[in-house]
Design a protein. Structure first.
Lengths: 113, 113
């Protein structure tokens, strides 16, 4: 069974701290991995998309990496701010998923002022 | 236009009502998706339309009926829903999810009373 797992489930950090969110997947035949942000009761905002041929992608204070061989991806957030508080979802387009997204359960991030 | 637009944003309906959710995109994407998301859970795939044809139906009850009138528009017709169907309904689109990833709308918050 294809699965995407995220740890931790919740994370609370003081403002200004650098942090890492983790994502693992079971299928090495991955097409890409996408990180989303979701605010309470809202839709999904795409943060970064990493193709299987890439090792990392960067956007502002965000950096996402992909290691196919170990089945892992990380989202690094530098100099966290209270506005970063949200749930972060990792989703993979895996080889056996007919091109559809497989979601992790998310990490709920709280950045304290 | 790089958005997926969903209407309405909120909907309250009785168990005997018939209502429809609407999703629209003008990015030229040829695949459109309906997801259901319960509180504190990741989105679950309901339906996939590819080139205006239903390609995946994840064993969703018949009280949910999708329709894709054209490549830019996706509807979800609701009839005789149950209170447990209350959730956030998300629409997404992609040109080819394996290459370009997915774009999500802001969702419709549905409450069945």
């Amino acid at each position: 069974k294809q699965e995407v797992t995220q740890i931790p489930a919740a994370l609370s950090v003081p403002e200004g701290e650098n942090l890492v969110l983790n994502c693992s997947f079971t299928d090495s035949a991955i097409y890409n991995l996408q990180w989303f942000r979701q605010d309470p009761g809202k839709g999904l905002t795409s943060l970064l998309l990493i193709q299987s041929s890439q090792r990392e992608q960067t956007s502002g204070r965000l950096n996402a990496s992909l290691d196919k061989s170990s089945g892992r991806s990380t989202l690094y957030i530098a100099a966290s701010q209270p506005g970063d508080s949200a749930t972060y979802l990792c989703a993979g387009t895996l080889g056996g998923s007919q091109g559809n997204l497989i979601f992790g359960k998310g990490t709920k991030l709280s950045v304290k002022p | 236009d790089t958005e997926v637009t969903q209407t309405p944003k909120h909907l309250v309906m009785g168990m005997t009502n018939k209502k429809s959710l609407k999703c629209e995109q003008h990015m030229g994407h040829r695949a459109m998706y309906w997801y259901k998301q319960k509180a504190k859970k990741p989105p679950e795939l309901m339906f996939v339309y590819s080139y205006e044809k239903l390609s995946i139906n994840e064993s969703v009850p018949s009280r949910f009926s999708p329709e894709c009138p054209n490549s830019s528009l996706l509807n979800l017709h609701l009839h005789a829903l149950q209170p447990e169907d209350s959730a956030l309904y998300l629409c997404a689109s992609s040109q080819d999810g394996r290459v370009y990833g997915y774009t999500f709308g802001s969702g419709t918050r549905l409450t069945v009373v």
